[in-house]
Design a protein around this ligand. Sequence first.
Ligand code: FEO
Length: 400
Amino acid sequence: MPPIELKPDVYWIGVNDRTTDLFEGLWPITQEGVSYNAYLINDEKKAIVDLAKALKTDEFFEQIDHVMDIGQLDYIIVNHMEPDHSGILSTLRRMAPHTTILGTEKTRKMLETFYGITEGVQVVQDGETLSLGQHTLKFVYTPFVHWPETMMTYETSAQILFSCDAFGSYGALRGSIFDDACTVPAFYEQEALRYYVNIVAVFSKPVLQAIEKLAGVPVSIIAPSHGLVWRKNPQRIVELYQKWAEYATGPTEVGITMLYGSMYGNTEKMMNAVAQGISQEGVPLTIFDVNHTHVSYILPSLWTQRGVVVGAPTYEGSLFPPMAQVLDMAAQKRVRHKKVARFGSYGWSGGAQRHFERLIEPLKWELTDSFEFTGSPSENDLKRGEELGVQFSRLVKSSD
Ligand code: FEO
């Protein structure tokens, strides 16, 4: 895409990535893609804020060429060192060797360990300003949104907040980069949630601290390093991030995530009986087959809904491994404080329940009901499952 003007002399020069399958080597984006948003300010002094992954480098540099001679670049502002934003840095530095790289003290150290860069680096302090001529930049430390070195950059005259990972989403950009021209806002909000839970949620407390720190700052445009640029309603994405961050410790939504995995269909039969019970109570229910769904797509539901039902059989004396992997990742992502019920089939001696209870200990999930059955569920077993669904739904509705 050609450079796109956000405000006079402020340009988006990002890269759309539709070829990477796994973001961070972990999270599927084959269908959705992702953008690495970088920004160029063409003033008396010239600065680039945020960079991109080392991908489509010709495209990246051609966008700069549209606006200015790259040899005239004065500053590279590194809000965040993760290589989806810094990967192109070494190449850019070779093309513009006299630029000064600006970042936090932690960024300075990472520049050396990631890229061997020690020269031409200047540490900026929290709240420090830099005049480029008509534009003045202010640097705001926001550690651990996402890494410890992270900061944001605020352009004071046009009130643009370059927020880096904060307020970002998966989803390559579809022509327009702005929220007001977006024809699929629900897609980007859904992908913002998936991105939040996959990447940022562990750092929910620093996210809330950053939002609080910026509360009095007038912002006309939020320009994150992934996804849409928010200029019609920048508050919208801030409110969403705030809500999701508060879910880390506070009340979540009335709803149930049912995770199931089945080897030969017996646990699946029970899953349907439990779902019938839940539907009788009118509680929103999302069902995931853990054998066929990447955990990336499961985590948003786990994060936002207050109830979890786990249906999984015994496998070699333990919980069905695909389910154990989902619960492991939920623990890694600190999906805490849920009400949970479990059911599952076993062939002879069981063992899944013991393993399950061990797995949910670090999650601090409250186990409210569980039962197991041998082989295929009987009519009575299915009635028991339906009743579990009814009772668990009532509990979820009455809890916070
Ligand atoms: Fe988009 Fe933490 O990098």
